[in-house]
Design a protein around this ligand. Structure first.
Ligand code: FES
Length: 168
């Protein structure tokens, strides 16, 4: 005859085992929820407003004197207000191998420290090896504010007056 006798010790052993199993299951569930939650946060679309890849409000039209160049490092562009009153936003990335150019006000030019390319105030090549003018971003003027769309890079061979945006 097959007979199983349960003693008090067996019962407490069983309870301890059940308790450990339940604890392990709860920890596993918690880990799954954490990974799932983190994944959902990661997959949420990020607002790029105000930084490179999104639209940047550069500020009021009146805050940029003519013949001025203003750097927006977060947007990765320079805003140029030309002597004719037109605006141009040029990408800070050199068209040679992609280094960041600097504006040199005393020389009235953009200069690339990597291989010495130089560009004039419109982003046109003054000195190679850069093969073409600095890229640009579209500008709109809305309610007196200069808005630059850094979400789409516009390539060009050279500057043309049609690339300038005017207020009003
Ligand atoms: S990356 Fe600018 S000159 Fe080469």
């Amino acid at each position: 005859m097959n007979k199983k006798t349960t003693t008090k010790n067996d019962t407490s052993e069983l309870n301890r085992r059940d308790f450990l199993k339940m604890g392990a299951s709860a920890l596993s569930l918690l880990a799954v929820l954490e990974v799932g939650g983190a994944s959902l946060l990661f997959m949420q679309p990020r607002s790029l407003e105000g930084e490179f890849g999104g639209t940047v409000n550069a500020g009021p039209v009146d805050s940029f004197p003519t013949s001025s160049v203003t750097h927006f490092p977060d947007g990765r562009f320079f805003l140029i207000h030309t002597e004719t009153g037109g605006f141009l936003a040029v990408y800070q990335r050199c068209t040679h191998l992609g280094c960041t150019v600097n504006w040199e006000p005393d020389q009235n030019r953009f200069f690339c420290p990597c291989h010495a390319s130089a560009f004039d105030i419109h982003g046109d090549v003054q000195n190679p090896p850069a093969p073409r003018a600095l890229d640009t971003f579209a500008i709109t003027v809305e309610e007196g504010q200069v808005i630059v769309n850094t979400g789409a890079i516009q390539t060009r061979d050279e500057f043309a007056p049609e690339q300038l945006a005017y207020a009003g």
